[in-house]
Design a protein around this ligand. Structure first.
Ligand SMILES: Nc1nc2c(ncn2[C@@H]2O[C@H](COP(=O)(O)OP(=O)(O)OP(=O)(O)O)[C@@H](O)[C@H]2O)c(=O)[nH]1
Ligand SMILES: [Mg+2]
Length: 473
């Protein structure tokens, strides 16, 4: 397998140190329009100068920064030309890693990329493990940890909205906010210190000053956590669950929305026994659409497991499309299911309106205080209105809260721990304890916060973060 061959030229572990020169294929292995080899470190330019011969005979050492040069790759041992290529030199500190970086652009192709990478390694570079270029950018102080994480999120973004948010983090918005919080905490601690050293000079009502500042910070931290939740939905998809009692048309709706006959539809109640999931985009929002087993009390073991699975999905759902069958009066099961769900999540739908009604809209709105959307999935009626109402709900969920920070799971957990310490310090002040008590909590808050941007983060955390990157990034 060609990809495996390339993998042999890729380090799986971080076996290099900052002084080493590293190299990797930066484009996916295989056939493509162009293949790029990336080299970073002190030896990068001299390694390339031994392989790359510019058309005008200029050695790589004399290349201008950020300028593409056309030339030929020649194996120094055999003097055989391998490919026509372009090379660009980006000297330290003005490069992605902060070190000397050279990129060689080859004609895309598995074999040529592999041969040239072999030559680069033979000339002294070490194979770069996944994420190593970004790890170096972080270790060399070019970017903070939030920006390094944003690089990974940009690469893996599956929707425009997730990309927008990740790009803002890459631009440093999150890093700046963290530094502001750090500054506030440092300032408060310095004030406590000054108050201890020169109690006569410092203004009297420090407690009020502290309470005001910490309350403001608490609000910001809480907003950041709430916004992070939104961001992760934009990144991973909003869970839109189709639910209802058996036979109301859930699977028919699922198939109609995704546009294929993905799940089985039959006239028999209890057809779907499991949750089935597909991802799709609705006006730029990534959605995980989930068909579920109809909810009813059952003894049959397989269907019972299916109903239990439905309950789990209903708990995690961002939106529940709750279907009712127009041909039959509301049943106890319909009502108890509706009452179990938070009204905010529900979009009620009255299906099978092509058949004679045995239920009225009022029957439903009486229980849900919401008018249902009427559909005939069989005749493809009302589905557009339903999709529009899903989009409206997604827009509401995503409405601006004046905040643009997009925390991932690691960052959110740290902000949460910081928030707990800030709340502790507020409580201790409110209960009349001396400022020194609050100060202990603030020290903890500061140290927790510093692991966000990478100032006090453990080596193991850094290693595990970069291991999830792709090779050559
Ligand atoms: N007349 C009519 N029949 C429909 C409509 N929607 C679905 N059906 C029929 O209703 C029956 C049940 O549809 P499904 O989509 O399997 O219903 P379900 O809710 O997934 O059922 P379970 O998986 O058993 O819970 C099938 O025979 C469908 O063809 C509709 O709008 N009008
Ligand atoms: Mg079904």
């Amino acid at each position: 397998m060609p990809e495996d061959d390339i993998k042999n030229l890729t380090a799986s572990e971080g076996n290099n140190t900052l002084g080493d020169t590293i190299a990797a294929l930066a484009t996916p292995p295989g056939t493509g329009a162009i293949g790029i080899i990336k080299i970073s470190g002190e030896e990068a330019v001299s390694i390339v100068s031994r392989l790359f011969h510019s058309k005008k005979g200029r050695p790589a050492g004399s290349f201008q920064n950020f300028r593409l040069y056309l030339g030929t790759i020649i194996d120094p041992q055999t003097q055989k030309p391998l490919d026509e290529a372009m090379a660009v030199v980006m000297r330290s500190p003005h490069s992605y890693t902060g070190e000397d970086v050279v990129e060689i652009q080859l004609h895309g192709g598995y074999f040529v990329a592999r041969r040239v990478l072999e030559l680069v390694l033979r000339e002294g570079a070490l194979p770069a493990p996944p994420g190593e270029f970004t790890r170096r950018a972080f270790l060399n102080g070019r970017i903070d940890l939030t920006q390094a994480e944003a690089v990974a999120e940009i690469v893996s973004a599956r929707s425009e909205k997730a990309l927008e948010q990740a790009f803002r983090t890459l631009s440093g918005e999150l890093g700046n906010q963290i530094r502001n919080w750090e500054k506030t905490l440092v300032h408060l601690q310095a004030t406590i210190q000054a108050d201890n050293d020169f109690p006569d000079i410092i203004e009297d009502d420090l407690e009020t000053l502290f309470l005001n500042t910490l309350s403001e910070m608490k609000n910001e931290l809480e907003k950041a956590i709430a916004h992070g939740e939104k961001y992760r939905r934009l990144r991973d998809g909003f869970a839109v669950v189709i639910a209802g009692t058996p036979n109301v048309g859930k699977s028919s709706l699922f198939n109609a929305i995704i546009g294929t006959d993905r799940v089985i539809v039959t006239p028999y109640a209890g057809t779907t026994r499991d949750a089935i999931e597909e991802t799709l985009m609705l006006e730029g929002y990534p959605v995980r659409l989930i068909d579920t087993a109809g909810v009813r009390p059952v003894d049959e073991p397989i269907e019972r497991l299916g109903v239990a699975t439905t309950q789990r999905y209903l708990e995690e759902a961002d939106i529940v499309i709750l279907l009712f069958d127009a041909t039959r009066p509301l049943q106890e099961d319909d009502i108890s299911l509706a009452h179990k769900l938070s009204a905010k999540k529900i979009i009620p739908v009255l299906n099978k309106v092509d058949l004679p009604y045995n239920i009225s809209k009022q029957d439903i709105s009486q229980h849900l205080s919401l008018d249902p959307i009427e559909t005939s999935i069989l005749q493809k009626q009302g589905i557009d209105v339903l999709l529009q109402s899903i989009v409206t709900k997604l827009q509401e969920k995503n409405s601006s809260d004046g905040f643009s920070l997009s925390l991932n799971e690691r960052q959110s957990a740290i902000v949460y721990r910081t928030l707990c310490r800030v709340k502790d310090s507020i409580q201790s002040l409110e209960e009349g304890y001396p400022l020194d008590c609050a100060s202990t909590y603030l020290t903890e808050a500061l140290s927790t916060l510093r692991s966000l941007s990478g100032n006090e983060v453990e080596e193991a955390v850094i290693e595990s973060l970069f291991r999830n990157f792709c090779t050559g990034k």
